[in-house]
Design a protein around this ligand. Structure first.
Ligand code: GDP
Length: 472
């Protein structure tokens, strides 16, 4: 990842709204930067509660979600909203509804609303929404509401991945039946009949309950409650959130299984996307896939044979087998250079004022007794290190050798492999085994005697996401 990517990742982890918004734009655009961002923030996800809100257009989802946001906020929880609208070609918070909603909560940093719209396939939308949820989760939002128009299978899939799925309907026009047709019945943990001020609300509730009566529930099973709301004036919304909390409090196997299923689905999806991408663009000659499609369309070849042919080619192909083909020739990248300074203020005068470089955040790394100032230099970073105590390695280094270059940090894909190779060559190491660094990274130092007096730090990290508390 480049310096910009690092900054974005760090911004997300710091809960910086602009970084979160930009990161979501990046994951919407697919491409390698999207994967890099998720790799950099994923270790901080898994804390938020995902609430899916689904229903036909016009039942009042947006109005209800707005109320839900307000009530969650009044209960002290931060809320991110992803409004997934597969019918809209717009994205990036450009929807009018979004702007209106955002204005209502403009002054509140505890709220974030974003529309997700299709660029291409619905599958891409599901993936982008899942990635956006990871970003909001890592950005520190307590609750993430995923609002989808429940008209097609793909949108239903999106909401199925939530921790709780709320299906919204409204009285009249046979909406209850419509919801059933769309397969929403099966995914609902909670039904909300909105527009309870309209005639027929009680009947709609009764209809849904009748349908639920056809299912068998064990004594400990969750039987989806059917609630009524008036989203326009907020009536019934407290009840909805109490029910969400009640469902959440049950936790247990169902909740665990759902999260497992979510992850399982994600990995499967990525593997299959990547495999196809590989087969289509790296294994087969250009145009070969299209020719295969023509042959199947013309009934010359059946789809099973076509699929087997692609699979066989991909597995047998020397290009398919050669996983290193696309690997960069370098196995390590220079992540940053550590410089021991006597005092950060003086150093800043040089790097910022004289050289005109951009300073990033300052971080106190208590365990190492240092304060670190990061300075962006193109794709690399300088880490200016000031000792905060005489015990610090930086203080001792300055005492012995004076200030100056202290270490290089090389980011590697697999630190264990690199250490094994170094050991096999008899290279003197300070750390024989990798030890945990910050943010899920692993680090190990090579002895300066092995590198012409340079202290080299190896680091394995999905991305330099979180410099807080890391080793220096
Ligand atoms: P969505 O398409 O499901 O997101 O629906 P919206 O939230 O945009 O609402 C559609 C329309 O229904 C809007 O004009 C809302 O003001 C209105 N609406 C939403 N909730 C209620 C309600 O509880 N009662 C009444 N009478 N109208 C509502």
């Amino acid at each position: 990842m480049n310096a910009d990517g690092h900054r974005l990742t760090r911004g997300v982890l710091d809960g910086d709204r602009r970084a979160i918004a930009r990161a979501i734009t990046v994951v919407e655009s697919e491409g390698p930067s999207a994967a890099a961002i998720i790799k950099g923030v994923y270790h901080r996800s898994g804390r938020a509660y995902l609430v899916g809100v689904t229903g036909a257009p016009g039942v009042g989802k947006s109005t209800l979600v707005d109320r839900i946001m307000t009530v969650f906020r009044s209960r002290g929880r931060t809320v991110g909203v992803l409004a997934v609208d597969p019918t809209s070609p717009f994205s990036g918070g450009a929807l009018l509804g979004d702007r209106v909603r955002m204005q209502a909560h403009a002054a509140d940093p505890g709220v974030f609303v974003r529309s997700m719209a299709t660029r291409g396939q619905l599958g891409g939308l599901a993936r982008a929404t899942a990635d956006a949820a990871v970003i909001l989760d890592a950005g520190g939002f307590d609750v993430i509401v995923i609002e989808t128009v429940g008209v097609g299978q793909a949108e239903i899939e999106v909401s199925r991945t939530a921790d709780i799925s709320i299906v919204v309907t409204m009285p009249g026009s046979g909406d209850g039946v419509q919801a059933l047709k769309a397969g929403l019945m099966e995914i609902a943990d909670l039904f909300v009949v909105n527009k309870a001020d309209h005639d027929g609300a009680d009947r709609a509730v009764a209809e849904i309950k009748t349908m639920l009566g056809l299912n068998e529930y064990g004594p400990n099973d969750w039987r989806p409650p059917v609630l009524q709301t008036r989203a326009t004036d907020g009536v019934g919304v407290d009840d909805v959130l109490d029910t969400v909390d009640r469902f959440r409090a049950r936790g247990g196997d169902v909740a665990g299984r759902r999260r497992q299923a979510r992850v399982y689905g994600r990995i499967r999806q990525l593997v299959s996307d990547r495999f196809l991408e590989h087969a289509e663009h790296r294994v087969l000659e250009p145009g070969a896939f299209d020719r295969l499609v023509d042959q199947v369309a013309g009934a010359e070849v059946d789809p099973y044979t076509a699929a087997d042919a692609v699979l066989d080619r991909a597995l047998r192909s020397p290009r398919g087998a050669n996983h290193t083909e696309d690997a960069p020739p370098m196995t390590a990248v220079l992540d940053h250079i550590g410089i021991a300074v006597r005092d950060l203020d003086t150093a800043r005068v040089f790097y910022r004022d004289a050289l005109g470089l951009e300073l990033e955040g300052v971080e106190e790394v208590a365990s190492q007794h240092v304060r670190a100032q990061f300075v962006a230099v193109g794709a690399a970073t300088l880490e200016l290190l000031e000792a905060t105590s005489p015990q610090s390695a930086i203080a001792r280094s300055i005492e012995r050798r004076g200030p100056g270059l202290h270490h290089l940090t090389l980011r590697v894909d697999d630190i264990a492999v690199v250490l094994a190779r170094l050991k096999a060559r008899g290279v003197r190491l300070i750390d024989e085994e990798p030890r945990p660094g910050a943010g899920g990274s692993l680090v190990a130092f090579i002895h300066p005697s092995a590198a012409d007096g340079v202290l080299v730090e190896l680091m394995e990290s999905p991305a330099l996401a979180d410099r807080t508390g890391r080793d220096v």
